[in-house]
Design a protein around this ligand. Structure first.
Ligand SMILES: *[C@@H]1O[C@H](CO)[C@@H](O)[C@H](O)[C@H]1NC(C)=O
Ligand SMILES: *[C@@H]1O[C@H](CO)[C@@H](O)[C@H](O)[C@H]1NC(C)=O
Ligand SMILES: *[C@@H]1O[C@H](CO)[C@@H](O)[C@H](O)[C@H]1NC(C)=O
Length: 512
């Protein structure tokens, strides 16, 4: 009798323990807020040292979390977003060559599994706000068919911050959707604030029995339409009387909106009691369009190059991760990381180890949380043989062959309108070391591969190709090995049937 009682008690205890472990496991799935800034440069946030455009709210979260200072993205929008959501390199998705232009009937392949789909499998509810840019020519490619329960935002690559129309060459139309329905009544509402309002509402109304995945892909700080590219509100603009350059000042206003957005999203999480179990990831999609590139005035200084180049200014991304779940927060990480790592990293944090050979992304969760060496040794920066451009980083070295725009955007571009030039130069020297006398001429990537030690020389001043032919050869062999696995680009020519004129001047799916 006593024995039986013991067994019963033992069983009850066992069941209780198993339940408890299960509940804990379930409760440990963190909410994930993935904030993507569009076209934000290395030198556009004050946590990288610039005092020209203060970003106090972004900085506070960055400093409480882990700042990712050795983190690579791809040089333009569509490749970066496709890699971010699939965990694969653009060359393995066919998205490595150029962005998706709005009348082209293609998109991210339907066979790919996307981050929200993975997370939904673990019981998450996934929502998206903002820019898609991965295909909308037919409904099957829309975010609402690809794992997101809702989408409030736009489908093309950019839009007007106030009237929400997008212009591409001679085509022009409205591009704001709420769950695929056209939104006509929000003209005059500033896009950054509008998207933030929606994020705050979503968080406040979130049913906490399920973890939340929110993909907040801002329009900021991309340029709007060509006829009025830089747009901010008076409230944001007036914070920057010290910036004398009109373009850079407008741009600073756009950043201020983004900074306020991060603050409001954070407070919404605190109010909802979700901040203890949430990860906020903040990342740019590519380097900044500096010095008037794309009609914009972002900045990557002292890094070299701009958006759409494979110099560090084009691909070393501004990013951080904030979470109370990080074991060793409050640090600057030099762990090598790539944008494709988020899929396995976030799934790992949510309790699922992905073991899929197709993925190029590497699970960084343990090393991001605990510090220690990065499991990643190499980053393919891109292969685009239609344009003859190749770059790869392995360990401390980076090989670059070929260049965009015939070398026109291969320089170093200090921020416009800065009051203290000496401070800018001082900061640059801290990061780059002293600038050698012969530099620009020593590397001609159109003729032959250049080699940089980007650990010692992140500003890519000194081409080591002649000194270290064996390293060039080693990296070249790696590039060739990856080159053999490249998928043909998915890009197809524009289709006149995609013109928004045919749909009441609204960008719309045009194929079934
Ligand atoms: C816009 O229209 C939607 C749908 O009819 C409505 O719910 C919303 O309140 C409107 N917003 C504004 C600012 O008028
Ligand atoms: C979050 O964690 C802190 C510290 O452990 C605790 O004081 C607070 O009550 C927690 N808040 C919620 C909403 O769980
Ligand atoms: C990469 O492969 C393509 C063929 O797929 C070839 O044309 C090109 O020369 C290769 N590039 C390098 C650097 O090996």
């Amino acid at each position: 009798m006593e024995d039986l009682c013991c067994i019963r008690l033992g069983l009850a205890w066992l069941i209780w323990s198993i339940r408890r472990v299960c509940t804990l496991a379930v409760d440990s799935r963190p909410n994930i807020i993935l904030i993507v800034a569009d076209d934000l440069g290395w030198n556009d946030v004050s946590f990288h040292g610039s005092d020209q455009i203060p970003t106090p709210h972004i900085d506070r979260l960055a400093k409480q979390g882990v700042v990712l200072n050795n983190y690579y993205v791809t040089p333009i929008c569509t490749p970066s977003r496709s890699s971010l959501l699939t965990g694969r390199y653009p060359v393995h998705l066919g998205t490595q060559h150029n962005v998706l232009y709005a009348t082209e009937p293609w998109g991210l392949g339907l066979k790919e599994q996307l981050l929200p789909e993975y997370l939904n499998g673990l019981g998450y509810t996934s929502h998206m706000i903002g820019k898609w840019h991965l295909g909308f020519f037919d409904r099957k490619h829309l975010p609402t068919r690809r794992g997101f329960k809702s989408h409030f935002g736009y489908w093309t690559g950019h839009a007007d911050y106030f009237d929400h129309t997008a212009q591409e060459w001679t085509e022009w139309g409205l591009d704001l959707r709420d769950d695929d329905e056209l939104v006509r009544n929000l003209t005059g509402h500033y896009a950054t604030d509008l998207f933030t309002d929606r994020a705050v509402t979503l968080i406040a109304n979130h049913d906490k029995s399920q973890p939340l995945f929110l993909y907040l892909a801002h329009l900021a700080v991309h340029s709007a339409n060509q006829y009025d590219p830089l747009q901010t509100t008076r409230r944001y603009y007036e914070r920057f009387p010290h910036i004398r350059h009109p373009g850079r000042r407008l741009f600073a206003g756009m950043i201020a909106g983004l900074d306020e957005s991060v603050e409001r999203v954070y407070h919404a999480l605190v109010r909802a009691g979700m901040d203890n179990n949430t990860m906020i990831i903040f990342t740019t999609d590519n380097g900044g369009p500096a010095a008037g590139f794309d009609d914009n005035y972002a900045n990557n200084y002292p890094l070299r190059g701009v958006k759409d180049t494979l110099w560090e200014g084009g691909v070393r991304g501004t990013a951080f991760i904030w979470s109370k779940l990080l074991a060793k927060p409050r640090r600057q990480s030099t762990q090598l990381m790539h944008i494709s790592d988020w899929v396995p990293t976030l799934l790992s944090a949510a309790g699922q180890k992905l073991n899929d050979k197709k993925l190029d992304g590497i699970d960084m969760w343990s090393s991001l949380s605990n510090g220690g060496p990065s499991p990643r040794k190499e980053v393919l920066l891109n292969i685009d043989h239609e344009r003859g451009i190749y770059a790869l980083r392995r360990g401390q070295y980076k090989l670059i062959l070929g260049t965009t725009y015939n070398g026109d955007w291969d320089g170093w571009y200090p921020p416009e309108g800065e009051t203290s030039r000496t401070r800018t130069e001082e900061r640059a020297t801290t990061i780059c070391g002293p600038v050698p006398k012969v530099r620009a001429t020593s590397c001609q990537p159109m003729r032959s591969a250049c080699l940089f030690n980007v650990e010692k020389d992140p500003c890519e001043h000194t081409n080591l190709a002649d000194d270290k032919p064996e390293v060039v050869q080693r990296l070249m062999n790696r590039l060739k090995a990856v080159n053999a696995t490249v998928m043909p680009p998915r890009n197809v020519p524009a289709d006149p049937q995609g013109s928004p004129r045919l749909y009441g001047y609204a960008w719309s799916p045009w194929k079934e």
